[in-house]
Ligand binder design. Sequence first.
Ligand code: HDL
Ligand code: ZN
Length: 416
Amino acid sequence: MPVLKKKDIPLEQRIKGVVDQTPILDIHTHIYDANFGELLLWGIDEILTYHYLIAEVFRVAPMPYETFFAMTKRKQADYIWQNLFIDRSPVSEACRGILTCLYELGLDTSDRKLNNYRAFFKEMTVDDYIDLVFKTAKVRGVIMTNNPFDDLEYPVWQKKIKRDRRFRAALRIDDLFINWPEACKKLASWGYDVEPGLGEWTLSEIRRFLEDWIKKMKPAYMAASLGTPYIYPDDSPATRIIDNCIMPVGREHNLPFAVMIGVKRLMNPGLGLAGDSVGKSPIESVERLCADYPDNKFMATMLSRENQHELCITARKFPNLLIFGCWWFLNNPSIIDEMTRERLELLGLSMIPQHSDARVLDQLLYKWSHSRKVIGSVLVDKYSDLEATGWKVSDSELKRDVKALFGGVLEDFLKR
Ligand code: HDL
Ligand code: ZN
């Protein structure tokens, strides 16, 4: 077989090679470095009991919710494996993801014996597994979701922990908005002089709380899932806290506020984490935030497919807005393809096409393998369109552009 000269390698092969090899900064995940102990989920029983699969198993093999959740994680995993993999083919994206994880780890998916897979993980230490997953998935770093109001996470930050530089923090502050009176009680228990009425002194104490955690966590950004329909501005505590606390502190520390919009919380409470649903939300709220605060930086991801085109247009209007990811129910090949195309067509390379949202460490293996494939094929079309005009794209330009999409755009945005 003659060795092809660099210039003769087909564009598709060049692009897919760059996409497959470029290390990724994963800008939104729910995984933790090993210091966080049981907060870091990993291994076959954890990926099988991911809430996406729990929702799917109840569709084909319903049982009383409390009966399922009373089972051990191992028994839940056995039930999911039997019903979603053995009794019917695992064609859903979440099921396919399990097989991709096993495949990427070099395990034989045709074996189908769950206990053989468990034996592989039994030999693994958490530190070795973090190294193996990051290396195999070609992930150079992740941004965590760090919530001071989480009872398991709060104590970890009270200790002097030696941070793993691959794991950056994000200060997650949903609790300030979801239930301000409850959050107020917690802040008071931590020594902040706050009261539910959100007077001037309380607002200054909330700013002090944010400052304290920014110092502790050194977060890349502040973030909140704001539900749906998310209305801004209104006369809620959320608007008062955003206007008087999040915005001034964000400016002072040059920290973006990442708004994650579109969750209908606990549409089916019986399903627990799997019970959240989705709803379209008025884009005007994102427009108003970006317009009212031109000196603040915003990141945004919206959960409803119906919001995606208008979110792209909003990003065209506001340079202080960086849109990111195919979040949660959008993280499926058919929709990643559609969203990446419209984003490239409307925003060029000034966006972050994907994050994994991984809740279990192993998921980096499948979420990125699947997304690289889809994003790669979209880029082949887009660069082929350029080359059809006679424009030539060099390998170094391809590497530059893909590095930007796989996290560089956020790093530049944070430095701005
Ligand atoms: O609020 C969020 O960050 C969401 O990603 C939720 O954690 C959700 O449960 C999830 O895991 N989506 O993938
Ligand atoms: Zn998330």
